[in-house]
Ligand binder design. Sequence first.
Ligand code: BGC
Length: 260
Amino acid sequence: MDDQANSDGIGFGVDIGGSGIKGARADLVAGDLASERHKILTPQPATPDAVVAVITEIVSTAGWTQPFGCTFPGIVRHGVLHSAANLDPAWIGVNLEQLASEATGVPVAALNDADAAGLAEARFGAAKGRDGVVIIVTLGTGIGTAVLVDGHLLPNSELGHLLMHGRSAEKYAAASVRQRKNLSWEQWGGRLQEYFSHLEFLFSPDVFIIGGGVSRKSEKFLPYIDVEAEIIPAELQNQAGIVGAAVVAAERFGATPPVG
Ligand code: BGC
């Protein structure tokens, strides 16, 4: 696919993570990827210039010349980053939309990674058609959350930073903690039980949706989590960030807007 003559209904999303930066075309109707994912390891240190250079490479290698969406693992308000727990602190105060747009020459819509995943699940996946309070929790390097009420997103909820045992919950219960500390599924499940009970007490959601790479293995840890809400794995898994970002950009800028 080297031109965008038939790009109706196709968008592009970039998903910035602590270990990899991924991008692909997304089918905005099916909620699926519409091209191979291009993944580049996150540069270390993950400074704004280094990360934006990777974004530019991913977008230009794909031959994409229209607006696109971009996730970030931190608080994103009106394009500006207000936290970067697992990336370089130099990002704080930086306008990702502006920087990425200047580098690529097209408009960019930026949003929190878990919010992008939540929107994608609401549009196409496990949260589709679900009214009431739905909380998507992504378990990865950190813990990301998206809070939806009747399909509407409350952005930047950051519930991975609720305090548990005197530190951020993500330092206690993220998937990376299980690996680093070599916890058994049962031990990690116990930590998740504490975390999800706490979330449930605070928000009384109807449904919890578990995202992040580990959601593919949900049968290994979901049996250890006992909450009143329904608790189910995400459906889009690793594609959710890319798809959600592409949807948000298409909605903000339109399918084929004038560029520049
Ligand atoms: C960040 C969140 C992000 C989550 C998952 C947390 O450390 O604060 O913004 O959504 O990690 O990447």
